[in-house]
Write a protein that binds this ligand. Sequence first.
Ligand code: PMP
Length: 421
Amino acid sequence: MAEIAQKRAQFLSPSLFHFYDRPLNIVDGKMQYLFDEDGRRYLDAFGGIATVCCGHCHPDVIEAIVNQAKKIQHSTVLYLNHAIADFAEALAAKMPGDLKVVFFTNSGTEANELALMIARLYTGSHDIISLRNGYHGNAAATMGATAQANWKFNVVQTGVHHALNPDPYRGAFGSDGEKYARDIQETIDYGTTGRVAGFISEAIQGVGGIVELAPGYLPAAYDMVRKAGGLCIADEVQAGVARTGSHFWGFEGQGVIPDIVTMAKGIGNGIPIGAVVTTPEIAKVLTRRSYFNTFGGNPVSTAAGHAVLKVLEKEKLQENAFVVGSYLKEKLNALKEKHDIIGDVRGKGLLLGVELVTDRQKKTPAKAEIAQVMNHMKDMGVLVGKGGFFGNVFRVTPPLCFSKEDSDFMIEVMDIALSKL
Ligand code: PMP
């Protein structure tokens, strides 16, 4: 382990970070469990930042990857291939309305970059509205749309506006989504020509600390954006692919149909793949020039993605996310009764957040405390994530095969770690 740490310090980016005082060297994964170099087992309640949906090294997904790799792996664009065509068809079948055309990419950033460009091309407008506290990627347009100082470098950002976040816990209007949405109209009226290219948001903010948009927000916001000529983009990189349990896509929880949907992470169960899905009419804008992406939709990644959809269905993982997620949330709420440091428990399905505060009235972020609890939980064999603008929110986003027994164990461990504070 010391050797890896030394090589990492010498040869890798100095900006790489990890969560733990003593970082783990994870060498094996099986479903919801990870194993370190000493064979010690950890319950994985973070799923590689919600990237693992079926479970680590799920046999069906591995088989699809290996079989495809043995046949052919190459660039997407040169020849016809079954894997990409079959997966696109299966993905389109998961989409509501007229969302039937799929563009594949290699990451969430690339998917959102493409979505933002499509919105600008289709509308002929430039201005994009995103939500404060949102995260959409780390390239030019997506870093612009990302609205947290933590993730923004000082690159020129033009035509991007960050609207009030409909955050039920910290926002000024509580759970009244329509009140927050008025800021969209004001942003259009006072910050743009009155015409916009689009609006991008997550349904539940992941990096931002599992913030569920206040009910009624998206329908009102979509209405205003569309009246200003803009397209509505749903970033489903974390909230999509069955994770919220009640629905397959996060936006469905707010009863809206976007014009463009982007996804990544979970759709490949750990294999790099992203996608943009839109309508045939909007998709046509990319025929104005050549749009080229060497590996976007390559045979191995799309074989993996297709296998993921089949496993979700076969193992009823959306239902499991709903049942186990509801159970776990109840238990987390019970922990909140016991520990004053828990200020808020939120989220849906297996996309849950636990915000730690040192003062419930002032909502003072418990930054040092969360690090201590996280390290202690790791020592007891449970891995959870961390996020939020202040870095004081536990992110619970396990593989969707997580069970009630796993939930009980996680709660017990969290309880002990919190009691030790
Ligand atoms: N959108 C959301 C909601 C994300 O959480 C992330 C990654 N954390 C991205 C986009 C960017 O995805 P990637 O890291 O694959 O580029």
